[in-house]
Design a protein around this ligand. Structure first.
Ligand SMILES: [Mn+2]
Length: 339
């Protein structure tokens, strides 16, 4: 349930409304937006006296939230949520946040070189996998802890916050120490034990990728798992879904960006690299994502895609990344954004 306060309500009227909600056995979340203040009930609203609430002088409207996700719901928090990626770089505001870097961390030279280059072209954060969820157990599994150290060196060299994927709950404490944004990959989107612990055990932002075959509601429920644990900093990432089409690696669902921006207050970024699996498609799909209202992008960039240890076919070069950023700078003002 959400309670929308009237314009110009007094502090006493606010307290009255909060008390009436608490009397129904829920915790109350206050969201002070640019235009409205909304009180959200945390927990079952079954015992709240809705008629009493509606009659309070400071209350404009009482609404039942019928969707199963509550904290991720835009009804609960009407304004867009802004999230700090680290060092004050925000995602969710007017400025687009572009996260760039290789699929996997391969060497100090590779990761630091790419970091310097994408930073110079305006990237907001550095991505790079240290622990890799590969389809085959015989494929390169990542440099693991050594990869995290190399990411930190690249961060020291450039100041870019680092985004990297977590594979299991046993790594949460380690990631809390040395990662700025913790990525939950598509294959782990419904690893509920991991989601619960990320909610309780870390305050770092979580980049939550959409599962290969997850509906929009299932994706938002995965965010709700983390938020219910206490961590409200979720960045959703559309990375393509599995369809009957085999030409592209996945099918980029840009309509989901529109849907999620309407259903939720959480920022949404798009990953055109994993969605298409083809480097030559990345630029146009990145532009389309911005046109569709994405708050940012996450793009695979490699200095030598032909010899990349992972996902070379979909990785663009640093030079191509510069072209993408130039194109985004041209398209962003058309949709009220900037690069
Ligand atoms: Mn990859």
């Amino acid at each position: 349930m959400v309670v929308i306060m009237k314009n110009g309500f007094t502090p006493e009227q606010l307290q009255e409304a909060i008390q009436a909600m608490k009397a129904g056995g829920v915790k109350v979340n206050i969201s002070k937006g640019s235009e409205t203040t909304v009180l959200g009930a945390e927990g079952s609203a079954a015992n709240i006296d809705q008629e009493l609430l509606e009659q309070l002088p400071g209350v404009e409207k009482v609404m039942r939230v019928t969707e199963p996700y509550k904290k991720a719901n835009r009804k609960y928090h009407p304004d867009d949520t802004l999230i700090d990626l680290g060092s004050g770089t925000m995602v969710g505001g007017k400025k687009l946040a572009v996260i760039a870097g290789p699929c996997s961390v391969e060497s100090e030279e590779q990761i630091t070189g790419i970091a310097r280059s994408v930073k110079a072209d305006g990237a907001a954060a550095l991505r790079g996998g240290a622990f890799k969820p590969r389809t085959s157990p015989y494929s390169f599994q990542g440099l693991e802890c050594e990869g995290l150290k190399l990411l930190q060196k690249a961060k020291e060299a450039t100041g870019l916050p680092i985004v990297t994927e977590i594979m299991g709950t046993e790594y949460i404490e380690l990631f809390e120490e040395c990662v700025d944004v913790i990525q939950v990959g598509a294959r782990n989107m419904q690893n509920f034990d991991l989601l619960k612990k990320l909610g309780r055990m870390t305050t770092k932002p979580i980049l939550l990728k959409r599962g290969l075959s997850a509906t929009i509601e299932e994706w938002l429920m995965a965010a709700e798992y983390i938020m219910a644990g206490g961590n409200q900093k979720i960045i959703l990432c559309e990375r393509g879904i599995r369809t009957f089409e085999t030409y592209t690696r996945n099918t980029l669902d840009l309509s989901a960006v529109l849907a999620v921006k309407s259903l939720s207050h959480l920022p949404v970024v798009v990953d055109p690299s994993h969605a298409c699996g083809r480097a030559w498609m990345v630029e146009r799909m990145a532009m389309a994502a911005v046109a569709a209202g994405a708050d940012g992008l996450i793009i695979e960039v490699h200095n030598d895609p032909k010899n990349a240890l992972c996902d070379g076919a979909q990785s663009i070069t640093p030079d191509q990344f510069k072209d993408v950023m130039d194109k985004l700078a041209a398209i962003a003002p058309c949709v009220g954004r900037e690069v």
